[in-house]
Design a protein around this ligand. Sequence first.
Ligand SMILES: [Zn+2]
Ligand SMILES: [Zn+2]
Length: 215
Amino acid sequence: MRNLFGGSCFLCRGAATALLCDACDADLPRLGGELCPRCALASPGGQVCGRCLTDAPHYDATVAALAYAFPADALVQALKFRGELALSSLLGKLLADRIAHATVDRIIAVPLSPARLRTRGYNQSVEIARHVMPAKLDLHTCVRTRETPPQMDLPFDERRRNVRGAFQCTRALIGERIALVDDVMTTGATLDEVAKVLKAAGASRVENWVVARTP
Ligand SMILES: [Zn+2]
Ligand SMILES: [Zn+2]
Protein backbone atom coordinates (compact mmCIF):
# COMPACT_ATOMS: atom_id res chain seq x y z
CA MET A 1 0.00 0.00 0.00
CA ARG A 2 1.18 3.49 -0.77
CA ASN A 3 2.39 5.35 2.28
CA LEU A 4 -0.20 8.11 2.39
CA PHE A 5 1.84 10.23 4.75
CA GLY A 6 5.15 10.07 2.95
CA GLY A 7 7.02 8.52 5.86
CA SER A 8 6.01 11.18 8.34
CA CYS A 9 3.88 10.82 11.44
CA PHE A 10 0.26 11.92 10.94
CA LEU A 11 0.33 13.86 14.21
CA CYS A 12 3.81 15.35 14.68
CA ARG A 13 5.16 15.08 11.10
CA GLY A 14 8.33 13.51 12.46
CA ALA A 15 9.88 10.47 10.75
CA ALA A 16 7.70 7.38 11.01
CA THR A 17 7.42 3.95 9.45
CA ALA A 18 3.69 3.73 10.27
CA LEU A 19 0.87 6.27 10.41
CA LEU A 20 2.10 7.38 13.83
CA CYS A 21 5.66 7.54 15.13
CA ASP A 22 6.42 5.44 18.19
CA ALA A 23 6.31 8.45 20.52
CA CYS A 24 2.86 9.61 19.34
CA ASP A 25 1.56 6.05 19.45
CA ALA A 26 2.78 5.70 23.03
CA ASP A 27 1.10 9.01 23.92
CA LEU A 28 -2.37 7.96 22.74
CA PRO A 29 -4.86 8.28 25.62
CA ARG A 30 -5.56 4.56 25.95
CA LEU A 31 -8.54 4.00 28.19
CA GLY A 32 -7.70 2.21 31.41
CA GLY A 33 -8.36 2.13 35.12
CA GLU A 34 -11.56 1.09 36.81
CA LEU A 35 -14.45 1.36 34.37
CA CYS A 36 -18.10 0.45 34.44
CA PRO A 37 -18.30 -2.69 32.27
CA ARG A 38 -21.60 -1.53 30.84
CA CYS A 39 -20.86 2.06 29.77
CA ALA A 40 -17.04 2.34 30.09
CA LEU A 41 -17.14 5.42 32.32
CA ALA A 42 -14.90 5.57 35.38
CA SER A 43 -16.40 3.56 38.24
CA PRO A 44 -14.72 2.63 41.53
CA GLY A 45 -13.70 -1.03 41.62
CA GLY A 46 -14.87 -1.55 38.04
CA GLN A 47 -18.44 -2.03 39.29
CA VAL A 48 -21.56 -1.30 37.22
CA CYS A 49 -22.06 2.43 37.78
CA GLY A 50 -25.03 4.08 39.45
CA ARG A 51 -26.31 5.53 36.22
CA CYS A 52 -26.41 2.10 34.54
CA LEU A 53 -28.11 0.62 37.61
CA THR A 54 -30.87 3.21 37.85
CA ASP A 55 -31.46 3.76 34.12
CA ALA A 56 -30.16 0.56 32.53
CA PRO A 57 -29.23 0.93 28.86
CA HIS A 58 -30.28 -1.63 26.25
CA TYR A 59 -26.66 -2.56 25.56
CA ASP A 60 -24.95 -5.02 27.89
CA ALA A 61 -21.33 -3.90 27.73
CA THR A 62 -19.00 -1.29 26.28
CA VAL A 63 -15.39 -1.67 25.23
CA ALA A 64 -13.49 1.48 24.24
CA ALA A 65 -9.89 1.74 23.08
CA LEU A 66 -9.18 5.40 23.79
CA ALA A 67 -10.41 8.34 25.80
CA TYR A 68 -11.90 10.97 23.49
CA ALA A 69 -9.17 13.49 24.27
CA PHE A 70 -6.27 14.93 22.30
CA PRO A 71 -4.93 13.53 20.05
CA ALA A 72 -7.52 10.74 19.76
CA ASP A 73 -10.18 13.33 18.94
CA ALA A 74 -8.03 14.73 16.12
CA LEU A 75 -7.62 11.26 14.62
CA VAL A 76 -11.32 10.44 14.85
CA GLN A 77 -12.33 13.79 13.32
CA ALA A 78 -9.80 13.46 10.49
CA LEU A 79 -11.29 10.10 9.59
CA LYS A 80 -14.87 11.29 9.94
CA PHE A 81 -14.75 14.71 8.30
CA ARG A 82 -11.60 14.95 6.21
CA GLY A 83 -11.63 11.63 4.39
CA GLU A 84 -8.39 10.38 5.95
CA LEU A 85 -9.47 6.79 5.40
CA ALA A 86 -6.03 5.37 6.14
CA LEU A 87 -6.72 6.20 9.79
CA SER A 88 -9.46 3.56 9.86
CA SER A 89 -6.82 0.82 9.99
CA LEU A 90 -4.99 2.50 12.86
CA LEU A 91 -8.17 3.09 14.86
CA GLY A 92 -9.63 -0.31 13.96
CA LYS A 93 -6.50 -2.10 15.13
CA LEU A 94 -6.46 -0.19 18.42
CA LEU A 95 -10.01 -1.39 18.96
CA ALA A 96 -9.24 -4.94 17.79
CA ASP A 97 -6.47 -5.17 20.39
CA ARG A 98 -9.03 -4.47 23.11
CA ILE A 99 -11.52 -7.13 22.07
CA ALA A 100 -9.07 -9.86 21.09
CA HIS A 101 -10.92 -12.62 22.92
CA ALA A 102 -14.51 -11.52 22.40
CA THR A 103 -17.03 -13.96 21.01
CA VAL A 104 -19.84 -12.50 18.94
CA ASP A 105 -22.04 -13.80 16.15
CA ARG A 106 -22.27 -10.61 14.13
CA ILE A 107 -20.72 -7.16 13.93
CA ILE A 108 -22.87 -4.21 13.01
CA ALA A 109 -21.57 -0.68 12.44
CA VAL A 110 -23.88 2.17 13.38
CA PRO A 111 -25.41 3.03 10.00
CA LEU A 112 -25.62 6.41 8.32
CA SER A 113 -28.69 7.43 6.36
CA PRO A 114 -28.40 6.85 2.60
CA ALA A 115 -28.34 10.64 2.08
CA ARG A 116 -25.48 11.21 4.55
CA LEU A 117 -23.61 8.24 3.09
CA ARG A 118 -23.87 9.77 -0.38
CA THR A 119 -22.58 13.13 0.84
CA ARG A 120 -19.69 11.78 2.88
CA GLY A 121 -18.92 8.89 0.54
CA TYR A 122 -18.22 6.42 3.34
CA ASN A 123 -19.36 5.46 6.83
CA GLN A 124 -16.42 5.91 9.21
CA SER A 125 -17.83 3.27 11.59
CA VAL A 126 -17.96 0.70 8.79
CA GLU A 127 -14.39 1.56 7.78
CA ILE A 128 -13.26 1.03 11.38
CA ALA A 129 -15.22 -2.23 11.69
CA ARG A 130 -13.52 -3.61 8.56
CA HIS A 131 -10.30 -3.73 10.58
CA VAL A 132 -11.79 -5.26 13.71
CA MET A 133 -13.38 -8.58 12.69
CA PRO A 134 -14.15 -8.36 8.95
CA ALA A 135 -15.48 -11.91 8.59
CA LYS A 136 -18.37 -11.13 10.95
CA LEU A 137 -19.21 -7.68 9.59
CA ASP A 138 -22.83 -7.33 8.47
CA LEU A 139 -23.65 -4.20 6.45
CA HIS A 140 -27.27 -5.02 5.68
CA THR A 141 -29.16 -5.97 8.83
CA CYS A 142 -29.38 -2.57 10.49
CA VAL A 143 -30.47 0.49 8.52
CA ARG A 144 -31.07 4.12 9.35
CA THR A 145 -34.58 4.99 8.29
CA ARG A 146 -34.45 8.73 8.66
CA GLU A 147 -31.93 11.53 8.73
CA THR A 148 -31.33 13.15 12.11
CA PRO A 149 -29.34 16.26 12.99
CA PRO A 150 -25.81 15.30 14.14
CA GLN A 151 -25.82 14.39 17.84
CA MET A 152 -22.80 16.62 18.43
CA ASP A 153 -24.88 19.68 17.49
CA LEU A 154 -27.47 18.98 20.19
CA PRO A 155 -27.52 19.39 23.98
CA PHE A 156 -27.13 16.07 25.81
CA ASP A 157 -30.74 15.98 27.00
CA GLU A 158 -32.10 16.16 23.43
CA ARG A 159 -29.95 13.42 21.95
CA ARG A 160 -32.09 10.49 23.02
CA ARG A 161 -35.21 11.94 21.41
CA ASN A 162 -33.26 12.92 18.30
CA VAL A 163 -32.41 9.30 17.39
CA ARG A 164 -35.63 7.66 18.59
CA GLY A 165 -37.11 5.49 15.84
CA ALA A 166 -34.23 6.28 13.46
CA PHE A 167 -33.05 2.67 13.04
CA GLN A 168 -34.58 -0.54 11.81
CA CYS A 169 -33.54 -4.16 11.71
CA THR A 170 -34.21 -6.03 8.46
CA ARG A 171 -34.09 -9.59 9.82
CA ALA A 172 -34.50 -11.62 13.01
CA LEU A 173 -31.47 -12.02 15.28
CA ILE A 174 -32.83 -14.66 17.65
CA GLY A 175 -30.31 -15.43 20.37
CA GLU A 176 -27.44 -13.69 18.62
CA ARG A 177 -24.59 -11.87 20.34
CA ILE A 178 -24.00 -8.63 18.48
CA ALA A 179 -21.07 -6.20 18.58
CA LEU A 180 -22.03 -2.67 17.67
CA VAL A 181 -19.14 -0.60 16.30
CA ASP A 182 -18.97 3.20 16.38
CA ASP A 183 -16.23 5.80 16.32
CA VAL A 184 -17.17 7.82 19.41
CA MET A 185 -19.48 7.23 22.37
CA THR A 186 -20.55 10.36 24.20
CA THR A 187 -23.98 10.10 25.88
CA GLY A 188 -24.49 6.64 24.34
CA ALA A 189 -27.95 7.68 23.09
CA THR A 190 -27.35 6.46 19.53
CA LEU A 191 -25.84 3.16 20.63
CA ASP A 192 -28.69 2.66 23.10
CA GLU A 193 -31.28 3.25 20.40
CA VAL A 194 -29.61 0.78 18.01
CA ALA A 195 -29.24 -1.77 20.82
CA LYS A 196 -32.95 -1.42 21.56
CA VAL A 197 -33.77 -2.27 17.94
CA LEU A 198 -31.35 -5.22 17.89
CA LYS A 199 -32.79 -6.60 21.13
CA ALA A 200 -36.32 -6.21 19.75
CA ALA A 201 -35.17 -8.32 16.77
CA GLY A 202 -34.15 -11.06 19.22
CA ALA A 203 -30.48 -10.39 19.97
CA SER A 204 -29.51 -11.88 23.33
CA ARG A 205 -26.55 -9.58 23.92
CA VAL A 206 -25.31 -6.30 22.47
CA GLU A 207 -21.80 -4.98 23.17
CA ASN A 208 -20.61 -1.55 22.10
CA TRP A 209 -17.14 -1.56 20.56
CA VAL A 210 -16.07 2.05 20.20
CA VAL A 211 -12.77 3.66 19.33
CA ALA A 212 -13.12 6.56 21.74
CA ARG A 213 -15.16 7.22 24.87
CA THR A 214 -15.92 10.74 26.07
CA PRO A 215 -14.85 10.65 29.74
ZN1 LIG B 1 4.55 11.53 15.92
ZN1 LIG C 1 -22.19 2.50 33.59
